[in-house]
Design a protein around this ligand. Structure first.
Ligand code: PEP
Ligand code: MG
Length: 582
């Protein structure tokens, strides 16, 4: 599936799956898993000396800590410990680590953590080449020493300043090259300004792809062994449309891509002029276009592009990438901020969807198959205290506008009843505590477990709205792990079984007068817009940055004509030919 094509010795093209359209030209920032645990940002040129001192102080502190441990070893400590501690202390004084990391701060304006982990990886790679097994194993010591210093740096972490991608890279900034990027790592990375994301693993609905889409940053996943082929600082071109990466391109290729990039930016600019145009089809059908967000700040972007509301706020992102849980007050403030930013437009907040590929810091899932295990609503019902905190915060936020509570991974009506009971309990608690709140809420379910799509009636009857989570629905219908690049070609949003379930859900919900949206990645894929209109979809929720392109497609579509074209193929369980929908 993934292939590398050698063009000449200097230039090389690697193909993967493009998951966020767009072009990027920039220098590679190659990251190992540990390196992703640290913030990456450029410092201001005026801050070089203080950043170098921050690094030295942290290394000194780590060395003093080790000294202290060595001097206070318990009498029964294993004999090997003392010499190992000595090795670590020596490493902290080694100019190859100390001075060379400081040099990266001066020459590349990397922050201390970034400089240290970059230099550390370089040393680890050198040690791993050594034939002598004892010396080779010292690479693990380097990693441990670096982790120790990073911990100290985190304790005294300086705030990222002057996040300018252009300050040090010749073209549009740095391009992250990683084996994989966990959702928590993406959270950290979004603090920097990166030009593109490239990963060896992952598929179109992996969370790397989702978060990159919300940031509108070109991304290609499933690139096989790219990380091993690229060195830090290599020039890269990323073509998110074709899903290819060109390493060390020739000047001629660079010129072509600069042109393509300029045209693309111009088109995007034109689309942004549709902001205040309502999404109405040729036959007069008003279509709702809502936004998916991961963090409260993104609500402002959603409002700016003219979103009709928030169709999915993935609240779990408030919980990830931190050692503690957000308090009720912190959650209330986050939810209220989104509700206020949307100025009266409805806000759909999904309760915690943890346990599969998204986990809390330090929490390892022990399930044999986490995607089928104690995730999402199952996890919340098993952790009532955590769930109550979130429900209380949601009820408090609903004082400021309509909050639609969306429950992920519902598979039985019993779970719906349990959620209602939990909501009643949260409200009683707020009343008893005299805390201001409202019950200006609606309750809805994600349709992502095939069982509820097939037997949707009681859910449509008892709930206020439904939202199809096509990312998971496809994974469960097709029995294909959405994060596994090896089987990405089997992950098929166009499979007639998937489309029948979507059409069935929309059709039955309509019978009960309940609105239904799609909030999975399908809704933001402009190639599928006409087909989804033909299946009866009237509400799409997607990354805010996709809204203008989808609106443009809707403005030229005729729903009734599309319905007729789609119906025949669906009845015969045939694949729908997207070309014929134009
Ligand atoms: C989905 O499953 O389609 C969805 C929107 O939720 P997530 O991608 O966060 O699982
Ligand atoms: Mg889901």
């Amino acid at each position: 599936m993934t292939q590398a094509v050698q063009i000449n010795t200097a230039m090389c093209t690697v193909a993967g799956q493009g998951v966020v359209n767009g072009y990027a030209i920039g220098k590679a920032a190659v990251m190992g898993a540990a390196a992703l645990e640290v913030p990456h940002y450029y410092i201001d040129a005026t801050a070089v000396e203080s950043e170098r001192q921050r690094l030295f102080r942290a290394m000194d502190k780590a060395r003093d800590d080790l000294q202290f441990v060595a001097e206070h070893l318990p009498a029964d400590a294993p004999r090997e410990i003392a010499p190992l501690l000595e090795v670590h202390r020596l490493l902290l004084d080694d100019p190859m680590l100390r001075d060379q990391s400081a040099e990266l701060i001066s020459s590349r304006l990397y922050n201390a953590e970034w400089a240290l982990t970059t230099q550390g990886q370089e040393l680890v790679a050198q040690f791993e080449q050594i034939e002598d097994a004892y010396l080779r194993e010292r690479s693990a010591d380097i990693r441990q020493v670096i982790e120790r210093v990073v911990l100290v740096l985190n304790g005294q972490a300086a705030a990222p300043q002057s996040l300018t991608a252009d300050s040090n890279a010749s073209e549009g900034g740095l391009i992250v090259v990683a084996r994989d990027i966990s959702p928590a790592d993406m959270l950290r990375l979004r603090k920097g300004r990166f030009a593109a994301f490239l990963t060896d693993l992952g598929g179109p609905t992996s969370h790397t792809a989702i978060v990159a889409r919300s940031m509108n940053i070109p991304a290609v996943v499933g690139l096989g062994h790219l990380r091993r082929m690229v060195r830090d600082g290599d020039m890269l071109i990323v073509d998110g449309f074709k899903g290819v990466v060109i390493i060390n391109p020739s000047e001629q290729v660079l010129q072509q891509y600069r042109q393509l990039q300029a045209q693309h930016l111009q088109q995007r600019e034109q689309l942004s002029q549709l902001r205040d145009t309502p999404a109405v089809t040729v036959d007069g059908m008003r279509i709702r276009l809502e936004a998916n967000i991961e963090l409260p700040l993104e609500a402002e972007v959603a409002y700016e592009v003219g979103a009709d509301g928030i169709g999915l706020f993935r609240s779990e992102f408030l919980f990830m990438g931190r050692p503690d849980l957000p308090s009720e007050q912190e959650q209330f403030e986050a939810y209220a901020a989104v509700v206020k930013a949307m100025q009266g437009r409805p806000v759909t907040i999904r309760t915690l969807d943890l346990g599969s590929d998204k986990t809390l810091d330090g929490e390892q899932t022990v399930a044999t198959n986490p995607a089928l295990g104690l995730r999402a609503i199952r996890y919340c019902l098993a952790n009532p205290e955590l769930f109550q905190t979130q429900l209380r915060a949601l009820l408090r936020a609903s004082q400021y506008g309509l909050v639609r509570i969306l429950i992920p991974m519902i598979s039985t009506m019993e779970e719906v009843y349990a959620v209602r009971a939990a909501l009643d309990q949260a409200e009683r608690g707020l009343i008893a505590d005299g805390v201001e709140h409202a019950r200006h809420i609606e309750l809805g379910a994600m349709v992502e477990v095939p069982a509820i799509a097939i037997a949707i009636e009681p859910f449509a009857q008892n709930l206020d709205f439904l939202s199809i989570g096509s990312n998971d629905l496809i994974q469960y219908v097709m029995a294909v792990d959405r994060t596994d690049a090896e089987v990405a070609d089997l992950y098929d949003p166009m499979h007639p079984a998937v489309l029948r379930l979507i059409a069935h859900t929309i059709n039955r919900a309509e019978n009960y007068g309940k609105p239904v949206s799609i909030c999975g990645e399908m809704a933001g894929d402009v190639r599928l817009t006409r087909m989804l209109l033909g299946l009866g979809l009237r509400c799409f929720s997607m990354p805010a940055t996709q809204i203008p392109a989808i609106k443009q497609e809707i403005l030229g579509a005729h729903t009734e004509a599309l319905r007729l074209k789609v119906a025949t193929a669906l009845n015969r369980a045939e694949r729908i030919n997207l070309q014929k929908l134009h």
